[in-house]
Design a protein around this ligand. Structure first.
Ligand code: MG
Length: 376
C-alpha cells in the first residue's frame, strides 16, 4: 500500500451507518468511485559527463557533455530519465531547466496515459527534444516498473535478437587511434568518424591493427558526390558495411544519386530528427539513424522504426554520450533494428547507473523492469 493511500485512510473520519463502518469520502471521489491519487512528481538534476577521451567530430571537439538526470515518482515507484545535450544540438542545462520547470506533471494521476502526458509535454514548447526525451524515458521506466516488466518484453520483442553494437573511434592522431582500437577489442563492429582530409589514412591505420567490420560516419563532411561514390567503393573494399550521413543534409539530390549508385547502404542521421522527418528520407537514403535525444524519446522512436520498416528502409539506433539510463532505454528497442551504435555510456568515466551490458560485442538486455537500470 502506497504512502498516499495509508495517510488517506489514517486521516479519514470513520463513522457508522446501520452497523456498517464507512470511510467518509468527498463527493468528487465518490463520483469517481476511487481513492484520491496524487499526480506525478517530477524532479531533475544537472550533471556533467566526463569523457574518457576528447571526442572529435568533423566539426568540433569536447571532453564533457552536459546532461539532466530526471526522476518521476508515483505511488512508491521511481522512473529514471535523462537528457543528453551535446552543445551542437542547441540544448543546455539552462534550456532544460527552463523547459522542465515549466511542466506541471502533477495534473496527471495515471502514468499509463502516456500518449496524453507526452503529448502535453511536447506541446508546451517547440524543440527541447532531449528534455522531452528525459520525461519520455522516465515515464517508460516508471510504467514498466509498475507492470514489473522490461519494455522490450512489453513490446513483444525477443531479447536474443539484439544486434551487435559498434564502438566509436573518433578522429585522432595515428597513435591514439591505434590505442582506441585496442581498447575496443571484443567489439564485432567499429564505427569510424571520417569527413576530414585524412579519411583513407584513418582507415588504413585501423586496418593495420584489426580486421573487424567497420561502419563510417562522415557527419556531412563530403561535398562532392562523385568523390563520395569513389570513397564508398574504396571503403567497401576495406570491409566497411555502411556509410552514415556522407554529405550535407541539404544536398538531397546528390545524396539520392549516391544512394542509388553506392555499393553500401547510406544512412541518414543529421538529415532527420523526428517522426515527421522520416518521409523526406525515403528514396534519398537506404536507412535512418534513430536517436532518443533527437526524436523526444521511446514513444516516437518506436513509431519511426515502424515507419522506416514500412518503407523498406534499414534502421540503426544510435545515441549521444549518455549514461546507462538513456542507452539502456534505447537498447529496449534494439531487437527491431539492423544496427546499433549504443556505446555512449562506455565513453564516460562517471556513469551513475548500471543497465544494458555489451557482452562479446552484443547488446545484452537484462530482466529488470522498465528500461532495465539500477542506480549505482
Ligand atoms: Mg552520426
Amino acid at each position: 500500500m502506497g504512502t498516499n493511500r495509508r495517510s488517506f485512510i489514517r486521516n479519514t473520519t470513520i463513522f457508522t451507518l446501520g452497523g456498517m463502518v464507512l470511510p467518509q469520502i468527498s463527493k468528487s471521489n465518490m463520483k469517481r468511485g476511487s481513492l484520491p491519487k496524487q499526480g506525478l512528481k517530477l524532479s531533475f538534476e544537472p550533471y556533467s559527463l566526463q569523457l574518457k577521451h576528447v571526442f572529435t567530430l568533423a566539426t568540433s571537439s569536447r571532453s564533457t557533455t552536459p546532461v539532466m538526470l530526471v526522476k518521476i515518482e508515483y505511488d512508491g515507484f521511481t522512473g529514471y530519465g535523462e537528457a543528453s545535450m551535446p552543445p551542437y544540438l542547441g540544448e543546455s542545462h539552462k534550456t532544460a531547466t527552463k523547459f522542465l520547470s515549466n511542466l506541471d506533471l502533477s495534473q496527471f494521476t495515471d502514468p499509463f496515459r502516456m500518449d496524453e502526458i507526452l503529448g502535453y509535454v511536447d506541446s508546451t514548447a517547440p524543440k527541447n527534444a532531449a528534455a522531452k526525451a528525459s520525461i519520455d524515458i522516465a515515464l517508460h521506466d516508471l510504467t514498466g516498473k509498475i507492470m514489473n516488466q522490461p519494455w522490450h518484453k512489453i513490446w513483444g520483442y525477443s531479447a536474443e535478437e539484439t544486434p551487435n553494437t559498434s564502438f566509436t573511434i573518433g578522429i585522432a592522431q595515428k597513435k591514439e587511434v591505434i590505442e582506441k582500437v585496442k581498447e575496443a577489442a571484443g567489439f564485432k563492429i567499429l564505427k569510424v568518424k571520417l569527413g576530414r582530409d585524412n579519411d583513407k589514412e584513418m582507415i588504413e591505420t585501423i586496418r593495420s591493427v584489426t580486421d573487424v567490420p567497420l561502419c563510417v560516419d562522415i557527419n556531412q563532411g563530403w561535398k562532392d558526390k562523385k568523390q563520395a561514390l569513389d570513397m564508398v567503393f574504396w571503403l567497401k573494399d576495406k570491409g566497411v558495411v555502411f556509410v552514415e550521413q556522407p554529405m550535407p543534409k541539404t544536398m538531397i539530390d546528390e545524396t539520392a544519386w549516391l544512394t542509388q549508385n553506392a555499393p553500401l547502404p547510406i544512412i541518414a542521421d543529421e538529415a532527420l530528427q523526428r517522426l515527421t522527418d522520416v518521409q523526406s528520407t525515403v528514396g534519398v537514403y537506404s536507412g535512418i539513424n534513430v536517436k532518443l535525444m533527437k526524436c523526444t524519446g521511446l514513444r516516437e522512436a518506436h513509431k519511426m522504426i515502424n515507419l522506416a520498416h514500412a518503407n523498406n528502409m534499414k534502421v540503426m539506433i544510435g545515441c549521444m554520450t549518455e549514461t546507462s539510463c538513456a542507452v539502456s532505454a534505447a537498447a529496449q528497442l534494439s531487437p527491431k533494428t539492423d544496427w546499433a551504435d549504443l556505446d555512449g555510456n562506455l565513453l564516460i568515466s562517471n556513469d551513475p547507473y548500471t543497465g544494458m551490458k555489451v557482452i562479446d560485442g552484443k547488446i545484452t538486455l537484462n530482466n529488470l523492469p522498465g528500461i532495465g537500470i539500477k542506480k549505482i
